[in-house]
Structures are given as structure tokens and as C-alpha cells.
Write a protein that binds this ligand. Structure first.
Ligand code: ADP
Ligand code: MG
Length: 240
């Protein structure tokens, strides 16, 4: 579903990604971890073309992200992305937040979009909150709305960039539970997260990044039992 092939990226003379290659199969959950500044966000943003890269290429469901002729807006419409900060529109109700992109980007009929939005809002356990504004919900609830909003676009895969790291501890699990359910339903997912409990339960593979390089890319069993690099061993020792 996602193939990352020898991707390198620099800002001026700062090399942020060096020769990164990996893949995510259909239905697979891949967790990306690594120290702050190691390039995790940059890599995941490259996947849906939110960050350009100078070398290599990425294919999502066969579409080249790097090719000049690729319509990135069209690609992004079907690649769900959930960020650390929920990025809901504060002046719009939850219902309208869920409907907007469906109507604008997918040209769905308004009623159909609203119905679909409510369906996914129900799936994340928040149907009763449709009339509220984002500011009236907790951080965990807002993040669940952000996930529902992405799902309403019928994504072929989902990208998560530290979706729980801005949340109070008691709200982390409600978001991870939604992500776990999605994974169990077979959604293809690439998740930047330091929630190693989630990785242990849900991931198929774990990627560890350091200084812009993918230094480990292994099954979760192998990664947790015996990380190969010293850097990953130190990292795990600190957060487990
Ligand atoms: P992570 O998500 O692993 O914390 P990032 O992908 O956000 O790492 O950043 C990787 C590196 O790239 C960091 O050193 C960061 O300072 C740098 N970086 C990110 N965005 C920019 C930018 N727009 N210009 C220059 N450097 C950047
Ligand atoms: Mg980041």
C-alpha cells in the first residue's frame, strides 16, 4: 500500500532524511518511533506529499508521490492524516467539521456527508456531541473527532503523527482504543507514536529512526525482544 524507496530530504544543507526505505502492506500497522528530531514527522508527511523530498520516491497504492504529474490533493483526499494537534475548525460544529471536506473535496451531497460523518462520530463514541463546538470537548474527544473526520473520507490508509502526545494521560487510552479497533478491522496504518504498549499490542512492524535514518525495521517481536542497534536499545530502556 505504501512503498518508500530511498527517500532523502534536506533543508538547505541540513539532511533531515537519508536514504529511507520501507513499506507498509495492506492491512498492516507499522509504528514509527525514535528520538525527537529524528525525522519521523517529516517522513510521514512525505507519504502524502505534505513535505517534498529531493531524492527517491514514495508510492501510495501505486501512485507516485514524487512524480510531477501526480495530483497530490487527489491523493491526500484518500490518505487519512491525524496530527498531534487535532486541527479541527474551532468556529464550526463537530457535525460541520465532519462534513466539510467530504463536500468540498469529494463533492459529496451535503446530507450524505452529514450522515456519513455521524456514522463515524458514533463509531468513536461521540454521536451525542455533534452539535457542539470543538472547544466544548476534551482533548481526547477532539482527537477522536479528528479520526472520525479522516475516516469519513474513505481513506485507503491512515497516517498518525503522535496522536496522543498532546493529551492528558487519562485521555490517551480512549484514543488508542479507537486506533486499536481500526487496526483490528484491517486498516493500513503508519503511526508515529511512543506508546509502546500500543505498539506491542497492535503493530505488525516497528521502525526506529535516528538522525534521519531508518536504523531498525523489524517485526514487533524482534524489535522488542532484541533491538539490533545500540541507539534503539537506549531509547527503549528510557521509555519502557
Ligand atoms: P521528529 O518528528 O522525529 O521529532 P521532525 O521530522 O519534526 O522530527 O524533524 C526532523 C529534523 O528536521 C529536526 O532536526 C527539525 O529541527 C528539522 N526540521 C523540521 N522542519 C524543518 C524546516 N522547515 N526547516 C528546517 N529544519 C526543519
Ligand atoms: Mg514529530
Amino acid at each position: 500500500m505504501i512503498t518508500i524507496d530511498k527517500v532523502s530530504k534536506h533543508y538547505g544543507n541540513f539532511q533531515v532524511l537519508t536514504d529511507c526505505s520501507t513499506h507498509v502492506n495492506k492491512g498492516e500497522v507499522v509504528v514509527v518511533c525514535g528520538p525527537s528530531g529524528s525525522g519521523k514527522s517529516t517522513l510521514i508527511k512525505c507519504v502524502n506529499g505534505l513535505e517534498p523530498f529531493q531524492q527517491g520516491d514514495i508510492h501510495v497504492n501505486g501512485t507516485s508521490v514524487g512524480a510531477a504529474k501526480t495530483n497530490l490533493s487527489k491523493l491526500r483526499a484518500h490518505v487519512g492524516m491525524v496530527f498531534q494537534h487535532f486541527e479541527l475548525f474551532p468556529h464550526m460544529t463537530i457535525r460541520d467539521n465532519l462534513t466539510l471536506a467530504q463536500v468540498k473535496v469529494l463533492k459529496r451531497d451535503k446530507d450524505e456527508a452529514a450522515e456519513k460523518g455521524l456514522y463515524f462520530l458514533d463509531r468513536v463514541g461521540l454521536k451525542a456531541h455533534a452539535h457542539k463546538f470543538p472547544g466544548q470537548l476534551s482533548g481526547g474527544q477532539q482527537q477522536r473527532v479528528a479520526i472520525a473526520r479522516a475516516l469519513a473520507m474513505d481513506p485507503i490508509c491512515m497516517l498518525f503523527d503522535e496522536p496522543t502526545s498532546a493529551l492528558d494521560p487519562e485521555m490517551i487510552n480512549e484514543v488508542l482504543d479507537v486506533m486499536t479497533e481500526l487496526a483490528q478491522e484491517g486498516m493500513t496504518m503508519m503511526c508515529v507514536t511512543h506508546e509502546m504498549g500500543f505498539a506491542k499490542r497492535v503493530a505488525h512492524r516497528v521502525i526506529f529512526m535516528d538522525h534521519g535514518k531508518i536504523v531498525e525495521d523489524d517485526s514487533k517481536e524482534a524489535f522488542f525482544a532484541n533491538p539490533r542497534s545500540e541507539r534503539a536499545q537506549q531509547f527503549l530502556a528510557k521509555i519502557l
